[in-house]
Design a protein around this ligand. Sequence first.
Ligand code: FHN
Length: 589
Amino acid sequence: MRAVDISAVKQPTRRPAPQNDPLRWWRESRFGMFIHWGLYAIPAGVWQGQRVPYIGEWMMFREKIPVATYAALAAQFHPRHFDAAAWVRLAKQAGMRYLVITAKHHDGFAMYRTSVNRYNVVDATPWHHDPMVDLARECRRQGVRLCFYYSQDLDWHHPDGAWNDWDYPAAAKNPARYLREKVKPQLRELLTRYGPVGMIWFDTPLTLTKAQSASIRRFVKKLQPRCLVSGRIGHGLGDYNLPRDNFLPPGRLEGDWETCATLNHTWGFKTHDHEWKSAENLITTLVDLVSKGANYLLNIGPDADGVVPAPSVQRLRAVGAWLERNGDAIYGTSPSPFRNEFSWGRITTKGRRLFLHFFSAPPKIFHLHGLRTRVRTARALGDARRAFATRQTTDAATGLPILAIDFTGLRFRAPVTVVALDLAAAPDVEPQPLQQPDATVTLITGMARLGTDATAPTGRIGGNGLTENWRSTDDWLEWDFTLLRPGAYEVNVVTTHQHLEPWSGGHTLRLTADGQTLRHKTTSDAILPSLRSAYYPQIATSFGRFNFANSGRHTLRLQATRLKLPKKNKTLFSDGGMQFVEIRLTPVS
Ligand code: FHN
């Protein structure tokens, strides 16, 4: 199956920060609504009586539907229940601060009035109506930023757009003409007819050159200088980064990120996709992403009548109810000062405030390792009357600062209870991996030193927190970490893969620490029960045990001695190298 390679997209690395930064509203928002709505909502995943696998909006491509046949769907598009005010209200109720709607998806059909051709919702449907006018008005009225999704490369309707080779011979395609005749004129319409646009959410850059992507970016900025450009403009030219769809990173990311995600599995409406993520899952995912420095752009796929599926509405309202109480720990926050996740939950910060997000009831005496800043008070969010007693000490053997909070009387409210710590200064933490109060140590890729036995490494530590292009046995990753308890530790290595790709295991890895060596092949021994595993299974391989005789600083190195790389160097979803995530050390009883 051909699918979309987002991993190949080079991402921007710069982080602009001036007061007047156009990214400011986006950083403060943290949570947005994605809407996939188009002609694909009519077949809704069923073509000629057959359920078509894969995401609904890819129907035309999957079935290689001729342009004329697909275009005929437009005659059926008459969404009697479309209600822009209700859609925007739903975004507000969910606590979402911006809205990104498909103005043109890969099928090439414009969901707004365009003068470029008649293949649009006003000219080609019996509805004869431009929903973007209503949405722009409602977004303005209700205080939500309006943004447009635009597929700038894949276009299965235009003869020069990418990836329709069943109607148009690939060799005859002229992408420059497609940009000139369709993309730019349509962007001009979007950026001049609907008032200020928060962002153009470009998607799936696969064939355009860097110069072409740059010219699209310039075009947008000339028309609306403050309009953002999503990372999927390609070639590192976006204003912020996007990982692959539904991706949750293993730890905090550097720079500005946004994960876009589905509520079930499809983006465009499908009648038979009923696997809805629970409200608990959505809330913890929001917390997880924000704590790691990423926005959460969560999708709804209204049906062809304009109705948002009831399970989506119900779940979004539940997220909104949680945000109503806990929004202070999400909006306008910065990511956790610690790079790693915690088994108990996540952390966000705002100035001198640290928010502890508990995913389950904390123990009566809760410990946090590595916070150097003095804590003044600890209070549950939404219940400021009770202050919890805190005590800060230093571990004599390692010098590690340890905070203890007495949570007697804390009422845990599922799925996430937030406790705010007011600090004497902005949080300052130990930067290296630390043994956690539950005695585990996790060594994530993002906290490693990259080195090589060759002159320069072939592999990289990717911006998304996984290894990239890991295809050399010369390269290694190394961590210094602090251990409080000497003893024997089980060692698990975690690798991953994209859900539509097979896992590539069978690499032989060597781990060395304290003069000991463990060598093993990556085998799928267990899939970690992690939020991350839903789309990117976190595959753990047991490597055996290390014995650490002393507490204090230790160093562990990982190096491949044999990599089992796929014959095809690059696949659509990965660069073909080993996708390493982390090493977990767990004390033996
Ligand atoms: O191919 C598209 C897909 O249909 C959907 O729009 C998602 C949303 O991020 N983007 C592409 C796949 O990554």
